[in-house]
Design a protein around this ligand. Structure first.
Ligand code: CS2
Length: 490
């Protein structure tokens, strides 16, 4: 076994061809997870390789991922990305990270100092939906979140990501430095607006003057990000070890070849020329975000809940079942596409390309992984479209079955009676709703009481309640496979 940091890698592995010392950590990225490593960092790598860019990253992890930051430091801040298709792969070493910090290990002062460097122009985020401490149904700050309650009265000792960013902005302001631009790269509609909401609303509770300053001076561009990057498994790491000729990279990551990034062009402090490496810089990202969230993520969630219940461990396994393929296609084109406003995109082609991506058997994208955090995902993926159908009096059977699938899933027992491990920030509330209701329509009504997910309009809408209850009953009686096969997709 050779360590990645001192080994000679096979010639087929692309390596940084630029002087890494040239790169400055002009972007601070919070959330050194799989998605960042295989998405934003890859764009920066291509810019440095092909366009002499000097935009490097300082990466910060706040709570989890201690070992990852330690590994990164150990291997000279480099790691491998393997783009994998059914039968082919392309391996690349990423060198754009110039500094790596962990809040718990390096301490708040070091983290704030990195964020307050004059050269920092952007702070970007992949902290997942729940990291924003917001209410998915309304897009506003979740004031009762324990970390927000803490940060509201302890602005100097932040626990939440919004609190940390506010502390860094406060420090820059005190030093007479311009603010940085805050760029969310998480899967939420108008993610820039949500980030602005949570930051300004938390700032109002800390110090209203700072809230006014933020509203006047800080830009929050929205982005649509896309690349399928499953959680790393031991198998992936072994595969990457083979690619690397036996060198071990604990940070190696596998992803699909496809990537897309649409960015609102609003960076008063400057930005990399992302458009040179395929990103779309536009004035309004929302139509693209909605398209991706509803057609890709919406069908992903549908396949995740129903697929898991049907016994399919991976998205590519769902694609072996022609009824699941047809249902996903129908969901995308008949139930999601009509709700969209995007121009100049052939949605039928987009749907076909998504199904082709889902068929990538090299990825092993677990349905269980996508099923996580449903309370944070359902509103933008399925429920907004349902609202559209309720207004237009049109059919939404697949969407309703998707919601019913989630309800059955959070019941925490699969169709064979085995326990399902539920991962969700509202896990306890879900368990309360499940344990205090009888299986059947009563369970549906209990789960609909989660107002940060469903708001008040949906539980009050008889057509919605009936559609979800009927789908739930069908699932109970027939099981997931037969319920999907029995959808009438006319
Ligand atoms: C997935 C996404 O885990 C999930 O919820 O739907 O991570 C999806 O793979 C990415 O958004 C694709 O860009």
């Amino acid at each position: 076994m050779t360590l990645f940091s001192n080994s000679v890698l096979p010639a087929a592995i692309a390596q940084p061809n630029y002087d890494r010392a040239r790169l400055k950590p002009r972007i601070v990225h919070i959330g050194f997870g799989a998605f960042f490593r295989a998405h934003q960092a890859v764009y920066a790598e291509q810019l440095a390789n092909d366009h002499t860019s000097d935009w490097g990253y300082c990466v910060i992890s706040m709570h989890n991922g201690r070992q990852k930051i330690a590994d990164l430091q150990q291997q000279d801040l480099r790691y491998t990305v393997a783009e994998m298709n059914n039968a082919s792969w392309h391996g690349q070493v990423i060198g754009v990270v110039r500094q790596a910090l962990h809040l718990q290990v390096d301490g708040l002062e070091a983290v704030l100092e990195a964020m307050a460097q004059p050269e920092v122009a952007i702070v970007s985020l992949t902290i997942s939906e729940k990291g924003y401490c917001y209410q998915p149904a309304s897009g506003q700050l979740l004031s009762e979140h324990p970390d927000i309650q803490h940060d509201a009265v302890n602005p100097q000792q932040p626990r939440s990501a919004p609190g940390l960013i506010l502390a860094a902005l406060r420090l820059r302001r005190a030093r007479g430095l311009p603010p940085f631009t805050v760029m969310s790269c998480d899967n939420m509609p108008a993610n820039g607006q949500i980030t602005r909401n949570v930051l300004t609303q938390l700032a109002q509770r800390q110090d209203n003057e700072q809230a006014v300053w933020i509203a006047q001076h800080v830009a929050f561009p929205s982005t649509m990000v896309d690349r399928i990057v499953p959680a790393v498994t031991l198998d992936t790491l072994r595969y990457i070890e083979d690619l690397l000729g036996g060198a071990v990279d604990p940070l190696g990551i596998a992803c699909e070849p496809f990537r897309q990034w649409v960015i609102e062009d609003n960076f008063p402090q400057g930005r990399p020329v992302w458009e040179k490496v395929g990103a779309g810089l536009v004035s309004d990202v929302l139509p693209y975000e909605e398209m991706k969230l509803r057609m890709l993520n919406g069908s992903h969630s549908f396949l995740a809940y129903l697929g898991y219940l049907a016994g399919y461990a991976h998205i590519s396994d769902c694609m072996q079942d022609e009824h699941f393929v047809k249902a996903a296609h129908h969901l995308m084109l008949a139930e999601q596409a009509p709700t969209l406003h995007v121009c100049g995109v052939d949605l039928a082609q987009y749907a076909d390309s998504l199904l082709a991506r889902y068929r990538n058997t090299a990825l092993k994208h677990r349905t269980w992984q996508i099923a996580m955090d449903g309370t944070q995902k359902l509103p933008q993926r399925l429920l907004d479209s349902i609202r559209w159908h309720l207004t237009h009096d049109s059919n939404f059977d697949c969407l309703a079955l998707g919601i019913a699938g989630w309800m059955r899933y959070v019941g925490a027992q699969d169709e064979q009676g085995q326990t399902i491990e539920i991962c969700d920030p509202l896990r306890e509330r879900l368990a309360d709703a499940v344990n205090n209701s009888r299986e059947g329509p009563e369970r549906v009504l209990a789960l609909l009481q989660l107002d940060t997910v469903f708001g008040h309009d949906l539980p009050d809408n008889p057509r919605f309640v009936r559609a979800v209850t009927d789908a739930y009953q069908t699932l109970l009686v027939q099981g997931a496979k037969a319920s999907v096969a029995g959808l009438s997709l006319g």
